[in-house]
Unconditional design. Structure first.
Length: 153
């Protein structure tokens, strides 16, 4: 049994070696390459911009989180010092009325202190959130403005 191989013929133009590409085909290829290069440059710019936005957000978070942590430690230390002061005061008194009055004063002052500390920590938390989100908001606003500009053009 013999097998014969059949050749498939394709209808494609053959250009002899050294022949020049037709002008319209050359223009089309050049235009395609230019468009591909422009798209690659835009993608690179977009990626670079995203890295910058991420970096700015990360730095804002890091700086504000450190400030928030230090403030929380400061408050904890102040509250602990107040407890030690109350303990010393209670140990130095010999009258129950004096101890009760000292405890009452401590509780009143501590309540006010906690409200003040919570207010300050809340402000720092809001600042952290706003400054961390700001780079993302800025790039989103710029993108919307660019889209509007491109769309209206």
């Amino acid at each position: 049994m013999t097998t014969s191989k059949s050749k498939t013929t394709r209808n494609k133009p053959e250009f002899p070696m050294g022949a020049e590409m037709p002008a319209d085909a050359k223009a089309f290829v050049e235009k395609t390459v230019d468009q591909a290069q422009a798209a690659a440059e835009k993608a690179s710019e977009f990626a670079h911009g995203n890295v910058q936005v991420f970096d700015a957000s990360a730095n804002a978070f890091k700086n504000n989180a450190a400030e928030l942590q230090l403030k929380a430690i400061e408050f904890a230390q102040a509250n602990l010092n107040d407890v030690f002061a109350l303990s010393r005061q209670l140990l130095s008194t010999d009258k129950p009325e004096t101890a009760i009055e000292a405890g009452k004063t401590y509780v009143e002052n501590f309540g006010k202190t906690l409200v003040d500390q919570a207010t300050e920590l809340n402000a720092l938390t809001v600042k952290l959130a706003q400054e961390t989100a700001k780079p993302v908001q800025d790039i989103a606003n710029k993108s919307v403005a660019d889209f509007k500009k491109d769309f209206s053009a």
